[in-house]
Ligand binder design. Structure first.
Ligand SMILES: [Zn+2]
Length: 201
């Protein structure tokens, strides 16, 4: 016998809208010796792999945008060449973007190495919200990002902080029951219920 399952959310199914968040690898704030001041070092997305005898060192390279000085974020230090998977090593050699993002977004690793991670620049793409109609809004990104959900909403809807606060207070933007939309970060797939009327603001 075939069993059919129906998933219902409320009385009617809401229109589903997906927004994609694309980001740049975040810069880090560090003291630049050549400039003599703190600078936002840009992440090059490139790795430096150094093999000496049977040992490997791997770094992710950052650059000061003012003087070009480099800073290397240590990824692996003095590991045995036999201990690293050959496919993984190949990805480091090829400056694999996913690997670069994985390390550039590792806040703990950055802080341990004396760098203060900056918030990554991001772009939101996806359908605009229909005015006045409640929708189920999905925010998706490739990696958990240290970016607030409220920053994504403000950028895409062109809202001031006060306008966004008002929409949340009035229940026009709702997150998961236990989530605080104003404080929540893009730490995975986020689903919101939004009823947005641009003319009512
Ligand atoms: Zn510099």
């Amino acid at each position: 016998m075939m069993l059919q399952f129906y998933r219902t959310k409320g009385l009617c199914k809401l229109k589903k809208i997906v927004w994609y968040i694309q980001f740049e690898l975040p810069a880090v704030l560090r003291y630049c010796k050549s400039c003599g001041t703190k600078r936002e070092y840009m992440c090059s997305g490139q790795f430096r792999v150094n093999a000496q005898r049977k040992h490997l060192d791997i770094w992710l390279i950052y650059r000061c945008p003012h003087c070009g000085a480099t800073w290397n974020l240590p990824i692996c230090s003095r590991i045995s060449s036999a201990d690293i998977d050959s496919d993984l090593l190949e990805r480091y050699h090829n400056n694999d973007r996913k690997l670069a993002a994985q390390h550039a977004l590792n806040m703990g690793l950055l802080r341990q190495n004396g760098a203060i991670p900056c918030a990554p620049a991001f772009v939101v793409s996806g359908e605009n919200l229909p005015s006045g109609e409640p929708v189920e809004l999905h925010l998706t990104c490739e990696y958990p990002l240290p970016v607030k959900v409220s920053a994504v909403l403000r950028q895409k809807l062109n809202l001031s902080r006060r306008m966004l606060d008002q929409l949340i207070e009035n229940g026009m933007i709702k997150g998961a029951p236990e989530a605080n939309v104003l404080k929540q970060k893009l730490d995975g797939h986020i689903t919101l219920t939004v009823q947005y009327d641009a003319t009512g603001l």
